[in-house]
Design a protein around this ligand. Structure first.
Ligand SMILES: *Cc1c(COP(=O)(O)O)cnc(C)c1O
Length: 370
């Protein structure tokens, strides 16, 4: 195999982005302004909701959503144990207690069947995470929330544009998105909250701006959660190209799946019926029966110039700082623990063409056959 270098993620900005950033610089208006407003309306349209509220990152989006709901000490939020740590940190920042249902082995997202066991009379919010770009099973989770009078805060940081039965991730109640550098849409750092709830959107707008609706008139104790027009200028041109980017990711995923089918000991990710995956990550499972371990596959790929990543090495609560935290309830989540031991993400991003995807696949085949 010839020497390659295929990173797990890549950011590329076109000339249109450079132009727009320059326009903002020359306007002298670099803080939150018209570009942020334009990004909000474009993003609301993408997700099919009435309101999108821009904030300075995805973690903030989650925190602000819970603050706007009035969450605090004594309230419980049920989320996935298999996610980036930001999900858990946001719950703790809100003052609420974090509890965990398990994930499904097919979609790596909250398994609705495991939710009832962790519901309590203190549960206020269900927080599904649309991991790797595939929607969690909101078809089952949303009715459960309605039945128990719970709000849904979707962690859609990895799932811009993902759908289940035609319904967008982030459109069920309150959606939280990230525009961090590695995400499908990026502003370097940035976030967005989506909702059809007029009153909640209004609270969020006031909350992010020091609790002010008008200058020096304070309605609540707020924060500075604002995004800048410079950041919005990075994302605006990406919005127009977003569907094409998703199609490229989908084509790359399909090509990987075709090329890796039948490799012994390798379980491939799948788009489940009724769902539209946006392939933020393409994550394989290295089964115990395989000739190599997950870590050996990652190391072997690195030798061949192919990037990979472990998303995520352990359930979120499985660290001393959380196990000893008074507001983290540690639960048994065997599926999450098992998946964390054998998962490996390989390159699928939209910067890759067919030839590179074929190189990724042959590198995986080569290492798996050792
Ligand atoms: C990236 C990410 C976040 C946090 O977003 P930031 O913009 O990095 O703060 C939250 N949840 C998940 C699942 C993520 O992948």
């Amino acid at each position: 195999m010839t020497s390659v270098s295929i990173p797990i993620t890549a950011v590329e900005f076109g000339e249109d982005v450079e132009q727009l950033v320059l326009e903002v610089l020359r306007s002298g208006m670099v803080a939150q302004g018209p570009k942020v407003a334009a990004l909000e309306s474009g993003f609301a349209e993408l997700i099919g909701v009435r309101h999108a509220v821009a904030v300075n990152n995805g973690t903030t989006a989650l925190v602000a959503a819970m603050q706007a709901l009035g969450l605090g000490p004594g309230d419980e939020v049920i989320t996935s144990p298999f996610t980036f740590v930001a999900t858990l940190n946001a719950i703790l920042e809100s003052g609420a207690t974090a509890r965990f249902a398990d994930i499904g082995a097919d979609d790596f997202c909250l398994d609705p069947a495991t939710l009832p066991a962790v519901l309590s009379d203190r549960t206020r919010v269900l927080m599904p995470v649309h991991l790797y770009g595939q929607s969690a099973d909101l078809g089952k989770i949303a009715p459960m929330a309605a039945e128990h009078g719970l709000r849904i805060v979707e962690d859609a940081a990895q799932a811009h544009g993902a759908r289940q039965h035609g319904r967008y991730a982030g459109s069920h109640d309150i959606g939280c998105f990230s525009f961090y550098a590695t995400k499908n849409l990026t502003t370097g750092e940035g976030g967005m909250i989506t909702t059809d709830d007029d009153a909640l959107a209004d609270r969020l707008r006031v909350l992010r701006n020091q609790g002010m609706r008008q200058r020096y008139v304070y309605e609540m104790a707020g924060h500075n959660y604002r995004m800048t027009d410079l950041q919005a200028a990075l994302a605006l041109p990406q919005l127009g190209r977003y569907q094409a980017q998703v199609q490229r990711r989908r084509a790359n995923a399909a090509r990987l799946t075709a090329a890796l089918a039948g490799v012994p000991g390798l379980r491939l990710p799948a788009e489940l019926p009724g769902r539209e995956h946006v392939w933020h990550q393409y994550t394989v499972l290295v089964e115990e029966s395989a000739g190599v371990t997950r870590d050996e596959l990652g190391a072997g790929l690195a030798e061949l110039g192919v990037g990979s990543g472990v998303d995520y090495p352990k359930p979120g609560f499985d660290y001393d700082c959380y196990r000893s935290h008074p507001r983290v309830v540690v639960e048994e989540t065997p599926v999450a623990a098992a998946v964390a031991r054998c998962c490996l993400s390989i390159p699928v991003h939209a910067g890759l063409g067919d030839d590179e995807i074929d190189q990724v696949a042959s590198a995986v085949r080569e290492v798996m056959s050792r």
